[in-house]
Write a protein that binds this ligand. Structure first.
Ligand SMILES: Nc1nc2c(ncn2[C@@H]2O[C@H](COP(=O)(O)OP(=O)(O)O)[C@@H](O)[C@H]2O)c(=O)[nH]1
Ligand SMILES: [Mg+2]
Length: 229
């Protein structure tokens, strides 16, 4: 399986080299770090670790992922793995993450930190609550069986294109999950470990980040729930 990893990164200079370095080499053809306007050494450290570095100046998690997808389209891979640049996830667990796709049992796999091994404090209380609420809503609205909105996930590239992803910010993960259910992808979860990040949290670690991400996630759930009728 031709596999490309996409890592959106905003000021992750201290961690990005560790993330890229721990990705199993035998599994992946190319690691793409999308530098989203970092002002630190993210770009240099990513390329020194062997990643392809792209630049997306429009700030936003979704913008960075879309930039990575556009690039991947020129390579036509079988699978895309998304991963955060903060070294919270364990990149070496990618082998287990892509296994259901490799064996033909799934098109889309979400790495779930809720059923995985979480270091205390790695997910803040607001993140835990937000995940539970979002997954509960997806269950009652679409019958979706998710336990997490985790960033570490794998999807068949052709199916990803079918989802026609739109969100430019932090609704990215939930949009993918909702659409996967709506278009009938075979999806599953795999437990993944999660540790305290290197460096400071920009989303759930700040009040404004938490409010913006929560609002965005709830808005998207409401939007797709209404659109469905
Ligand atoms: N592309 C992009 N990525 C961002 C932005 N803000 C945060 N990130 C990335 O999103 C991921 C999650 O952010 P993080 O600060 O770890 O939030 P937390 O997981 O809630 O603590 C990290 O890889 C960040 O580099 C942004 O504005 N643009
Ligand atoms: Mg994080």
């Amino acid at each position: 399986m031709h596999t490309i990893v996409i890592i959106p990164a905003f000021n992750e200079g201290r961690s990005i080299g560790l993330v890229v370095g721990d990705i199993p080499e035998d599994l992946v053809q190319e690691v793409v770090v999308v530098n989203n306007g970092s002002t630190d050494e993210t770009e240099r450290n990513a390329s020194e670790a062997g990643a392809t570095v792209l630049r997306e100046e429009r700030r936003g998690y979704g913008w960075a992922c879309l930039c990575g997808i556009e690039y991947a389209a020129t390579k036509n891979p079988d699978v895309i793995v998304f991963l955060d640049g903060d070294y919270s996830d364990h990149p070496e667990e990618m082998t287990q993450l892509v296994e259901p796709i490799r064996t033909g049992h799934a098109d889309f796999v979400v790495g779930s930190r809720m059923i995985g091994d979480r270091e205390p404090g790695a997910m803040l209380p607001q993140a835990l609550i937000g995940n539970r609420v979002a997954c509960f809503l997806m269950r009652i609205i679409w019958g979706a069986r998710y336990t997490d909105l985790g960033p570490f996930r794998a999807i068949r590239f052709q199916e990803l294109l079918r989802l026609n992803m739109q969100d430019k910010t932090f609704g990215w993960t939930v949009e993918m999950q909702i659409k996967a259910v709506k278009v009938g992808l075979r999806y599953t979860e795999v437990p993944v470990s999660y540790r305290r990040r290197v460096g400071v949290s920009k989303i759930t670690g700040t009040i404004s980040g938490t409010l913006k991400a929560s609002a965005r996630i709830l808005l998207l759930i409401a939007y797709y729930a209404i659109k469905r009728r």
